[in-house]
Ligand binder design. Structure first.
Ligand SMILES: Nc1nc2c(c(=O)[nH]1)N[C@H]1C(S)=C(S)[C@@H](COP(=O)(O)O)O[C@H]1N2
Ligand SMILES: [Mo]
Length: 340
């Protein structure tokens, strides 16, 4: 998200700070995953290239070009023993190669740390403290309360899902998220029958987030919202991890939303408050620029952003361009939410 035109280019991603995909740590990590699957080093010696060709891996395998570099120093939500979670077979691949973790972790949108553009957010998160972490449950619920993120991570079994993810600025990626169905969380919150929307509010910690100190004109904290039928759709995830470990800060530690059929900004990171409402809540971006960022913001390739076409997208790992699909390729699952 940026108020000025941003032209995604592969160049920016292949800059000097992007380590080679097949780094030592990546290989070590892959070996670790194989071990977890009960496959020995023998298989690896027999032909590692069979499962992983160049900078692409077989999206059907529970292996990926992950890197130890992005494993957070703090314990992940729910505790280390919950990671890596079992991959959900329904969402084990996404008709496109997985994006290497080194690419996904070095180009992020997180204006609290780096306002104004997508970029190397990971360089600005040094003061952020995602542990411990409380989340307030408020509004139209049977009982308002504050809960620990570890409790949230245990509401339902964590699972891994490979989803496409599309930013409104036309970059996209395919990554394995770890999380639980948002529907399970919503139910656990016990909203009243009056509730029709849910609003997620991110943290306000200027002392830990340089973008909240110098991103002066933004109405911090970040806030987003979903209709309750969207939040409880089986595709919507409450996410606590990525690439088999807890979320690093730049991806929204320790807990975030992922709604794969909407533009990325609908997926609020590092939320501290969940409020159930009767009326449609405002959102950070739609309150700033209502014409550019409407509440629904479903991925619609035929509807251009006022300042650019949405017909295609560029993968942040490979720089390859793809046609953008309605609902980001999830029309079969979600189009019915918007029928009539
Ligand atoms: N709190 C907060 N959440 C946020 C943002 C942000 O700036 N602050 N950016 C959004 C945008 S525009 C995108 S594309 C995604 C990016 O997620 P990623 O960096 O994990 O890929 O986060 C979304 N959630
Ligand atoms: Mo975005």
């Amino acid at each position: 998200m940026t108020p000025s035109i941003h032209r995604p280019s592969a160049r920016g991603l292949r800059g000097p700070d992007l380590p080679p995909v097949l780094s030592e740590t990546a290989w070590r990590d892959r070996r670790r995953v194989l071990k977890l699957l009960g496959l020995g080093g023998g298989l690896l010696a027999a032909g590692p290239a069979a499962a992983w060709a160049g900078d692409r891996c077989d999206p059907g395998q529970a292996t990926y070009p992950a890197s130890e570099r992005w494993v957070p120093a703090w314990p992940p939500a729910g505790g280390k023993e919950l990671y890596p979670a079992t991959r959900n077979p329904t969402w084990k691949q996404a008709d496109r190669a997985l994006t290497p973790e080194d690419a996904a972790a070095q180009k992020n949108n997180f204006y609290e740390f780096l306002p104004g553009r997508a970029g190397p957010v990971h360089r600005y998160v040094g003061d952020f403290e995602p542990d411990p972490w409380k989340v307030e449950i408020a509004g139209l619920v049977e009982e308002e309360r504050a809960v620990d993120v570890d409790e949230i991570a245990r509401i339902a079994p964590l699972e891994e899902r490979v989803y496409r993810f599309r930013c409104v600025e036309r970059w996209s990626m395919v990554v394995p998220w770890t999380g639980l169905p948002m529907a399970a969380f919503v139910k656990w919150c016990r909203p009243t029958s009056e509730a029709r929307y849910v609003k997620f509010t991110s943290f306000l910690r200027p002392e830990q987030a340089p973008g909240q100190r110098r991103g002066g004109s933004y109405p911090w904290p970040y806030y987003e919202g979903l209709r309750l039928d969207e939040a409880t759709h089986p595709l919507t995830l409450l996410v606590t991890g990525i690439f088999g470990h807890g979320l690093p800060a730049q991806h929204g530690a320790p807990v975030r939303v992922v709604v794969p059929w909407k533009y990325g900004y609908k997926s609020a990171k590092s939320f501290v408050r969940v409020e159930f409402t009767r009326d449609e809540p405002g959102t950070f971006w739609s309150d700033l620029q209502p014409l550019e960022y409407p509440f629904l913001s479903n991925v619609e390739p035929d509807v251009p952003h006022p300042r650019w076409s949405q017909a295609t997208e560029t993968d942040i790992g490979t720089g390859d361009r793809f046609p953008t699909r309605p609902y980001n390729g999830y029309a079969d699952e979600v189009a019915k939410l918007y029928a009539g």
